[in-house]
Design a protein around this ligand. Structure first.
Ligand code: HEC
Length: 106
């Protein structure tokens, strides 16, 4: 049973489908990678609230890809004066999961 759940999580991360996104796994990823030291879902902290990010890009079909770029390479000038550092140590699959998950936050 446990291996089935793990397989489902891995498939969700790899498939790129928003429908297969596992929110609980994404939250664990965000915690493990320090995202919540600068972000919260509803309030601006150092970086923008994830709900604000999702609202800003809601009509942008390429948003998941462009947010993944921002997470991987860092971002500056889109939200204010403080830049987001790059996350060079994260896998592409994890970054994609987080980018898709941020877009689901309301
Ligand atoms: C050191 C603080 C810091 C950390 C750690 C951090 N962020 Fe950010 N993040 C920011 C700031 C500041 C911005 C706004 C950058 C800008 O204005 O372009 C931002 C912007 C973003 C955006 C919007 C990018 C865009 O293109 O509009 C997303 C999505 C995001 N962060 C996700 C994440 C995720 C996921 C993590 C964890 C892997 C993370 N952040 C870790 C500070 C941080």
């Amino acid at each position: 049973m446990r291996s089935l759940i793990l397989t489902a999580t891995v498939l969700a991360a790899a498939s790129g489908s928003a429908h297969a996104l596992d929110a609980a796994a994404a939250i664990e990823l965000a915690k493990a990678n320090g995202c919540y030291s600068c972000h919260a879902n509803q309030e601006k902290v150092v970086g923008p609230a994830y709900a604000s990010v999702a609202a800003k890009y809601k009509d942008d079909k390429d948003a998941a890809a462009s947010l993944a770029q921002s997470i991987q390479n860092g971002s500056k000038g889109k939200w204010g004066r403080i830049p987001m550092p790059a996350h060079p140590g994260m896998s592409a699959a994890d970054i994609k999961t987080l980018a898709q998950w941020v877009l689901t936050i309301q």
